[in-house]
Design a protein around this ligand. Structure first.
Ligand code: NI
Ligand code: MN
Length: 230
């Protein structure tokens, strides 16, 4: 299994069996991404919440590829109204066994909505995902504040890889993301949601070094870099 970072909160996960899962496909307007959405043909698109920098290019990718969209119930309905049919709605605390692996939607402390036609459309509750694939557990936190839920998640799961926002302003900053990694008892951390915009500028190497003081390895991935899951 491989994890590829596209910048911001956008990741591809390639399973050994050949499935391509694309999380929060913010590519074409993502200043960090080095590829365009048209170059990706995912089998599955997972959406943590309905902000523009997360739903991103979902509609055009799904129209072209008919990828399965996994998202909260309101986002699933939103895309159904736009003519998509390959949708799987979930909600917080719910898990489902898909052919590629198990997906559990877990809480994130954030918000979810977009502006469209001069109105704010609310798009359900924000979430993170616990993915259990090929014996590994990957946690994509979505956009979130530090929360007590992370202690519960860490107690109940062996989290092999935690993908954590560190940018501050909209989410946890590096200080809170240290506490998050400890609460999650993460075995490995990949920072995300930083440097995309000036307000979320951070020093990921500083974060990685701080984590190492607690014995938690951290991989700072460059956009389009691929990490082989061990
Ligand atoms: Ni957000
Ligand atoms: Mn965001």
């Amino acid at each position: 299994m491989k994890i590829q970072f596209h910048g911001h909160a956008c990741f591809s996960i390639f399973t050994s069996e050949g499935a391509h899962l694309l999380i929060d496909p913010f590519l074409d307007e993502n200043p960090l991404a080095k590829i365009k959405s048209e170059t990706l043909s995912p089998d599955v698109i997972l959406l943590t919440h309905g902000h523009w920098d997360h739903i991103g290019d979902t509609l055009k990718i799904a129209k072209r590829t008919n990828a399965l969209i996994i998202a909260n119930a309101e986002i699933a309905s939103y895309y159904q109204l736009q003519g998509l049919t390959n949708l799987h709605g979930m909600n917080l605390g719910g898990g489902f066994q898909f052919p590629f692996g198990y997906v559990k939607m877990v809480p994130a402390l954030h918000s979810s909505g977009i502006t469209q036609d001069g109105k704010i459309i609310y798009l359900g509750n924000p979430a993170g995902f616990l993915l259990k694939i090929e014996g590994k557990t990957i946690y994509h936190a979505g956009d979130t504040a530090l929360s007590h839920e992370m202690t519960l998640l860490g107690n109940a799961n062996r989290i092999d890889y935690a993908l954590l926002p560190i940018g501050g302003n909209f989410t946890m900053d590096t200080n809170d993301a240290i506490l998050a990694a400890k609460a999650l008892r993460a075995r490995h951390v990949i920072p995300m949601h930083y440097d995309t915009f000036p307000v979320i500028a951070q020093n990921p190497s500083f974060y990685a070094n701080q984590l190492l003081n607690y014995g938690i390895p951290c991989s700072v991935l460059q956009p389009e870099e691929i990490l082989e899951v061990q």
